[in-house]
Design a protein around this ligand. Sequence first.
Ligand code: CA
Ligand code: CA
Length: 438
Amino acid sequence: MHRLSCVAFLLAACAATPALAADVYVAPTGSDTNPGTLAKPFASLTRAQTAVQPGDTVWIRGGTYVLQEKDIARKQGIFAYVHDLSKSGQKGKPIKYFAYNDEHPLFDLSAIKPALRIDAFYVSGSWLHFKGLEVTGVQVTLTGHTQSICFANDGSNNIYERLSMHDGQAIGIYSIRGGDNLFLNCDAYRNWDHTSEGGRGGNVDGFGCHPTAGSTGNVFRGCRAWFNSDDGYDCINSHEAVTFDHCWSFYNGFNDKFESLGDGNGFKGGGYGATAPDRIPNPVPRHVIQFCLAVRNKANGFYSNHHTGGSDWINNTAFNNPIDFNMLCRLPDNKTDIDGIGHKLRNNLAYKGKTLLARYAPGKNDESHDSFLMDLQITDKDFLSVDEKELILPRKPNGDLPDIAFMHLAPGSKLIDAGVDAGFPFHGKAPDLGCFEH
Ligand code: CA
Ligand code: CA
């Protein structure tokens, strides 16, 4: 074969063969002038992003990434995007940003203090998968109305998995635009904006999801939120329904000395603040809060927050909140508060709240088998444990929530099989009450 046609043949063969997914590496000791290999890794995710294509993986080595203001990828308007992840994967070929093996990459942003809102990771790309990253020290530098964010999502079909966001002044995860995102097994804790608007931290939720019209299918599963200065989970101003499934929320609205800070709801399920009634979505989305646990939050465990419609509350457990379940609704004028109507409630369990159920309109909800409307004398003996300390045990190696005894039903408890089939798997004759099936 003539040499030239040989080259042409090889090029053609190359083009016809699907490219193998590539791996690139990032390490605290790396350099962005390196080739990004395991032996010679990049230093930054910003550099790694330029090297990857759909289907590729960025492996992030353990250790601390101490970020500086020179590392800010982009400043625009009032925002500083420290990481600006706009490159998308594709369906079936996500771009993955994964901790390498069992290593622990920690991103420390405490030195980044521009006079701007800080997004530690601004994600506008879609079909991305993040796993095993830890973010700490995100600052708020402005004293007026503002907020900083660890992971800000404006993409779709993204997976945020085993992320830990703590000890900063920023919201853990904040999702506005984009649908079909899964927030899986993430922890947000001890986040308190003590700088802006008087230092009560009224904007810092563990997890905020406030989807725009069309941004459907966002799910939080297996996440934990504690000691965040505002709420654990908040979906105020949502134009589409959000699902919270098997999530825990405790000690929100407090700092770790239990000093009072922001709103302090475990799950703030909806509402529209001061939005004009003609700008509220029609129909109003029904949020889904199921198999969740709310413990000793400052205000309410499960809170409907003046929502202008009902939501679905299935098999949740509330323990020791001032109000365990607060079903407060509002008329469509978004002005007139009313006792909750239109909710679906099944198999919920409330114990030791100062008030178990508030702002609930009897006969105007689809309700069945909820402890607070049943004739049950619940005592500590109904549970294997009432020790809250178990809530902050380390996660399992695969990222799942830890196995605990807290709020699990004791053998012989009258709460076992006391529920009604709500369309989920159960053991025994019937579902149990609460979030942990015996
Ligand atoms: Ca909030
Ligand atoms: Ca059962």
